[in-house]
Design a protein. Structure first.
Length: 256
């Protein structure tokens, strides 16, 4: 897949992995459009990124997605890459009776999973018109091995993984290639509550994505995700224990 002279949409592009991906791809000579629901953060990101387009839209809201797609079709008819990076993660314990697990799961599923399906579905007619096109869905290491600190977030990312595989198979005879980016713990504001400072830098994830696009590597297991995947294949139980080994103190504190 070519990684220059593309027109690229990145949801959740104002911070973290989305911001670093926008920075790297714009430096590669691509036209980049970042989307986010916070105008202030979008403005700050645009000021740092320079030649990118920033559009305020909440991908979890149907009417805003419809408006976004209308704008993209009118102003960016050559759009050929969509990176679904926007995410929502809630840190809580399923055993905590004071938590509303259903509401938390509904929130995360809508943003992390259902919103991806809706946006992809509306943009597929445009993408199919391009000579080369790609969809990148961002899941997570927890798509393979869930962690108890982000229980329904993990479930939403497992859904993204399954959906992405089906989408890839469905589009294999079209011009649209389907990639899945699976980061491990990344040092971002998004992951601060689960020790994100111990994670890799988002710029590393962005570079891994660029390399994978160039090489048509459709499942992109970055850093520890690759190691955890290999452990998962050999022993799902060991992988689960490793993923959750450092969470005992957290569970005790939230169960008190």
């Amino acid at each position: 897949m070519k990684t220059t002279n593309n027109t690229i949409l990145i949801t959740g592009g104002s911070a973290g992995i989305g911001f670093e991906t926008a920075k790297l791809l714009s430096e590669q000579g691509n036209q980049v459009i970042i989307v986010g629901r916070d105008q202030t953060r979008l403005d700050e990101a645009k000021a740092k990124l320079g030649q990118v387009t920033a559009i305020k839209a909440d991908v979890s809201k149907a009417e805003e997605v419809t408006e976004l797609v209308t704008t993209l079709k009118a102003d960016f008819p050559e759009l050929n890459i969509v990176i679904n990076n926007a995410g929502r993660a809630l840190l809580y314990n399923l055993a905590d009776e004071n938590e509303d697990a259903f509401a938390n799961a509904a929130d995360e599923m809508l943003t992390n999973y259902l919103s991806i399906i809706r946006l992809n579905q509306q943009l597929l007619p445009l993408l199919k018109k391009q000579a080369t096109a790609a969809i990148v869905n961002v899941s997570s290491i927890v798509a393979y091995v869930p962690g108890i600190t982000l229980p329904t977030y993990a479930a939403s990312k497992a859904a993204v993984h399954s959906y992405t595989t089906s989408l890839r198979l469905s589009l294999e005879n079209t011009s649209v290639k389907v990639f899945e980016l699976m980061p491990p713990l990344v040092d971002t504001e998004f992951s601060a509550g689960i020790g994100g400072h111990n994670g890799i830098k988002p710029a590393v994830v962005a570079q891994e994505l660029l390399t994978a696009l160039e090489n048509n590597d459709f499942e992109i297991r970055v850093g520890d995700t690759a190691k955890m995947y290999e452990l998962f294949l050999s022993s799902p139980t060991d992988a689960l224990n490793v993923m959750n080994a450092k969470r005992a103190e957290w569970i005790e504190s939230t169960s008190e």
